[in-house]
Design a binder for this molecule. Structure first.
Ligand SMILES: [Zn+2]
Ligand SMILES: [Zn+2]
Length: 145
């Protein structure tokens, strides 16, 4: 797992001409502290407790800045829901199609094979994403009952 730290983030903000504000940092800290690939509205409801005036628009803008500077990954899905992933390294997102839960999976051999494939095919990579769709243990139990 590769997570960017606060100091690197502040450098990235400055390098890209963005202002560092307490709200932006709070949004960053919030997403970095989660492994469940939250949506913008989940981040919003978590932060509203501490920052009652924070708007959904601020959350969206900041998440998009974080994505643009490469600090997080944006994961769009067919159902229109967009989730955000703080881990920018090569890993598989295990996506439950029933409850929407997303967990990360990584494997050294898989990463090696993937990098080898990328080197052979792509001159310049601008992004990558590995998803596996399945039913999580909880949801597959519900089906069989
Ligand atoms: Zn992930
Ligand atoms: Zn599930």
């Amino acid at each position: 797992m590769v997570l960017i730290n606060r100091k690197d983030l502040i450098d990235l903000f400055h390098e890209n001409g963005y202002k560092v504000t307490p709200q932006r940092l709070a949004i960053f800290e919030c997403i970095m502290g989660r492994r469940d690939h939250p949506s913008a509205s989940e981040i919003h409801s978590e932060l509203k407790r501490e920052y009652p005036t924070i708007s959904q628009a601020t959350i969206y803008n900041t998440l998009h800045i974080l994505r643009d500077i490469g600090a997080i990954q944006e994961l769009g899905f067919e159902d229109g829901k967009t989730r955000f992933d703080p881990d920018t390294s090569i890993h598989v997102n295990l996506v439950c199609t029933a409850c929407g839960k997303i967990t990360d999976f990584t494997d050294e051999d898989l990463v090696k094979a993937w990098i080898g494939m990328v080197e052979k095919t792509a001159k310049k990579t601008v992004g990558q994403r590995l998803d596996l769709y399945y039913k999580c243990t909880h949801c597959s139990r519900m089906v069989s009952e």
